[in-house]
Design a binder for this molecule. Structure first.
Ligand code: HEM
Length: 390
């Protein structure tokens, strides 16, 4: 019987890897009529498409309010490089290392607030507020007042990691509740304030690029909005998914408790094992052979990173969590020119959040094994994560 891909059902949300395995083994370059996309599940095919300049990232419709891409996310060269260049050094290893003490301080403060209790809900009390505060501070915008929330919905700009706008037939795919796009008005106001007095933060950096005519005013606004969005939901979901998987694997948890120096490789393994960003899309600009199948000009390809990261051709025992895995070339952050700009920042936030939880709560354990998953085959994460630590 021909294999089909039916994501987003409750069974699929609980365990998507069974369907990825079936596709990878039986139909690795699979045409999905429902999604209007080729679905790619082999590591080699996914990585090669993402590195292939014959595939365009400019295929996400809502960004076209200006009739052209205004952020790096949906721009092809040469605009892509120009839009990424203005901000990339703010996400370099040196810049992110300088933020470590502040990230640690935010985590400590969030955990101080929960410590008097004997339990907490990780998503609301740690995973979401951490990246949100980090991104607001990095951009240099204030904590919003209730009337000027940056989370008010204005779904006009393409979402950073594919999102519901990944392609015409993917539109309407539900993302996680609470993943509303940030308010443009909030950022417009912040930009106007920054124009009055240039500051040494990410918004200041974008405005310098505007002054130097490297970016237009609309590119500045859209980039601010996209960076705020890109840095949050993904990192929040990864912290929650990562802690959940670690707590479900007691031997690995003990290994990490016994050797905290493993936090870097543990983070890489958790990203490989259960990253929230499952898939991203591309459009062929000419006919391209992918794994023996011709993807025709204009066709769209869904690159399933989560399936690639469990490909046995690349990862030994891919369905086992091994926090000391030696060879781990995962592509949870994508690959090629659009590889995640915030990967170093995300890694540091995940490392500090998880390491601090383990150090502060020696008896940390899941309050329940039975978690609900939210999101879709684009972005998927645990909806809530109750834990106890007494
Ligand atoms: C665990 C957390 C994260 C994951 C799993 C993740 C994943 C990804 C992936 C897979 C891509 C490639 C998209 C594509 O090729 O179409 C991407 C791109 C991007 N990410 Fe992340 N991301 C995370 C955190 C962050 C953070 C903290 C930021 C900071 C602002 C960020 C900003 C971006 C941007 C701006 C792009 C577009 C880069 C470009 O098009 O050149 N991400 N991310």
């Amino acid at each position: 019987m021909a294999v089909t891909f039916v994501p987003n059902t409750p069974e699929w949300m609980a365990d998507p890897h069974a369907s990825y395995r079936e596709l990878r083994e039986q139909d690795p370059v699979h045409w999905s009529e429902t999604l209007g996309h080729w679905v790619l599940t082999r590591y080699e095919d996914v990585a090669s498409v993402l590195k292939d300049e014959r595939f365009s990232a400019a295929n996400r419709a809502p960004q076209r309010r200006w009739d052209r891409p205004t952020t790096m996310v949906t721009a092809d060269p040469p605009d892509h490089g120009r839009l990424r260049k203005s901000v990339r050094h703010r996400f370099s290893l040196t810049s992110v290392n300088a933020q470590r003490p502040r990230i640690q301080e935010i985590v400590d403060q969030l955990l101080d607030a929960v410590e008097p209790a004997s339990d907490m809900e990780v998503v609301q009390q740690l995973a979401r507020p951490l990246p949100r505060t980090v991104m607001l501070e990095l951009l240099g915008v204030p904590e919003p007042t209730p009337s000027g929330s940056p989370n008010a919905p204005t779904p006009r700009v393409a979402e950073p990691h594919g999102g519901s706008s990944a392609g015409s037939r993917l539109r309407g795919v539900p993302l996680a509740p609470g993943t509303a796009m940030p308010s443009e008005a909030f950022f417009q106001e912040a930009i106007e304030k920054h124009r009055e007095e240039l500051t040494d933060d990410l918004l200041g950096e974008l405005l310098k690029a505007e002054t130097g005519r490297e970016m237009s005013p609309e590119e500045v606004l859209d980039t601010a909005v996209i960076l705020y969005g890109a840095g949050q939901e993904t990192t929040a979901k990864m912290i929650a998914n990562g802690l959940f998987q670690l707590l479900r694997h007691p031997a690995e948890l003990e290994k990490l408790r016994g050797n905290p120096g493993l936090i870097d490789s543990a983070t890489e393994e958790l990203l490989r094992f259960d990253s929230p960003v499952h898939a991203i899309t591309r459009r062929a600009t000419e006919d391209v052979d992918v794994g023996g199948t011709t993807i025709q000009q204009g066709d769209k390809a869904l690159c399933v990173l989560a399936a690639a990261n469990h490909d046995p051709e690349v990862f030994h025992n891919p369905n086992e969590l091994d926090i000391s895995r030696a060879n781990n070339p995962h592509i949870a952050f994508g690959t090629g020119i659009h590889a995640c700009l915030g990967a170093t920042l995300a890694r540091v936030e995940i490392q500090i959040a998880i390491a601090t939880m383990l150090a502060r709560f020696p008896k940390l354990r899941l309050a329940t094994d039975d978690v609900d998953w939210e999101g879709s085959f684009i972005i998927r994460g645990v909806a809530s994560l109750p834990v106890t630590f007494l």
